[in-house]
Design a protein around this ligand. Structure first.
Ligand SMILES: [Zn+2]
Length: 393
């Protein structure tokens, strides 16, 4: 008997320079009368927020701004945003920013209908009570329009929010099918101010999403196809976007690579993310930067399971060496050319908490069934130590 699979595909996407001009119209079409605009405080003086506010003001949209977030948004920050949402009698959300703002907005959306939503729809609960997204109870969540200003997390096309539990020091993945944005605006002009270092780190995160999704053992041929083309988009555009932040073609290509990665990783993520989540929560390091450093070490750990898929991808990318080694060499070369360090030691990590990080990585959502190989806590500890020391074995 064949296996029954559950696949779920995304939403309306407007992509291209000037797409922001559609925002007020899309708000009206979605019935959004009083949206709460969620962004992170780093955005306050930056052109993307000015552009969005100028557009909303010119179009007479009645909205308020919430920016009480940190780089890794917490459960408490989402709760604070939900109080602002309720007190201001808002009916919808616009999220502008990187993954932090997008994830916080999703947390606010969930809390606006279910005060216990962050616990109820946390990943561990989800698996136990809701085997697929299709099993979730309808909540009637408020409409959300997502406008990314970075190209990396793909949160604009995801139905999950990653929020930090500051008490436990862990990142929690919270999901609901209604968290999918009603509309996504991918406007490369909003990403031109992203500094080269962040462009590199977020772009490498998108690459990690595509590769881990492709190498996940879950059966999802549509997502696998997106992952293969997504890697090619990164190959075409990441270096150009890092070199010239005003290159709109490269910026748009990376927005597409990033957003499509969120569709690809419906197939799952893997060991780089399993390690990056606890390392990010405990050491307050950038998620994309951690993945960028970890990726080659995890590829090597998974080598026996991914060699043929890696070779097929290397052929599609037209690498001279169409093999696992050729793909690994390309990843290392790209990583160096966009200025990412080779080791976690260069990010200040020593590996002294390797045993604990190994346990936490094993418990992470990205590790359970979707890493190419079933790694153990000891395997994760070893990969972490290798990544600290720069041992590519
Ligand atoms: Zn990621």
């Amino acid at each position: 008997m064949s296996t029954l699979h559950y696949w779920n595909y995304p939403t309306e996407i407007f992509c291209g320079a000037g797409a922001l001009d559609l925002l007020a119209q899309r708000c009206a079409l979605a019935g959004m009368r009083r949206p709460l605009l969620v962004t992170d405080p780093g955005m306050l003086e930056l052109p993307p927020l000015r552009a969005v506010r100028a557009h909303l003001d010119a179009q007479g949209v009645d909205y308020a701004l919430f920016h009480g977030l940190s780089g890794n948004p917490s459960l408490d920050e989402a709760r604070a945003g939900a109080r602002v949402f309720a007190d201001g009698q808002h009916d919808s959300l616009i999220a502008l920013g990187g993954g932090s703002a997008l994830d916080a907005a999703k947390g606010i959306a969930l809390l606006s209908r279910d005060p216990h939503g962050l616990e109820r729809f946390e990943w561990a609960q989800m698996l136990e009570h809701f085997p697929t997204l299709a099993d979730y109870p309808a909540l009637g969540l408020p409409a959300l329009i997502a406008i990314p200003t970075t190209a990396g997390t793909g949160s604009e096309l995801g139905r999950e929010a990653v929020l930090t539990d500051t008490v436990q020091g862990v990142k929690k993945v919270i999901g609901h099918r209604e968290l999918l944005a009603r509309c996504v605006i991918l406007d490369p002009a909003l990403t031109t101010g992203l500094p080269a270092k962040l462009t590199a780190a977020t772009g490498m995160d998108a690459l990690t999403h595509h590769l881990e999704a492709l190498f996940s053992p879950l059966h999802h041929p549509m997502s696998a196809g997106i992952a293969v083309e997504g890697v090619r988009q990164v190959k075409l555009h990441l270096e150009n976007a890092v070199r010239d932040g005003n290159d709109l073609v490269a910026r748009e290509g990376m927005l597409v690579a990033s957003a499509s990665a969120a569709v690809a990783f419906q197939k799952g993520l893997g060991g780089a993310h399993a390690l990056a989540h606890p390392l990010g929560a405990r050491h307050h390091l950038h998620h994309g930067l951690l993945n960028a450093v970890l990726l080659p070490y995890v590829l090597l750990a998974n080598r026996s399971a991914i060699e043929s898929d890696a070779a097929r991808l290397a052929r599609y990318l037209e690498l001279d060496d169409a093999s696992f080694d050729g793909l690994l060499a390309w990843v290392l070369e790209l990583r160096g050319r966009v200025g990412i360090p080779d080791t976690l030691a260069e990010l200040g990590l020593t590996g002294e908490d390797a045993a604990l990080i190994g346990e936490l990585a094993l418990a992470d959502i990205s590790s359970s069934e979707t890493n190419a190989l079933p790694l153990t806590a000891a395997d994760y500890s070893r990969i972490y130590r290798n990544a600290v020391a720069g041992k590519l074995i």
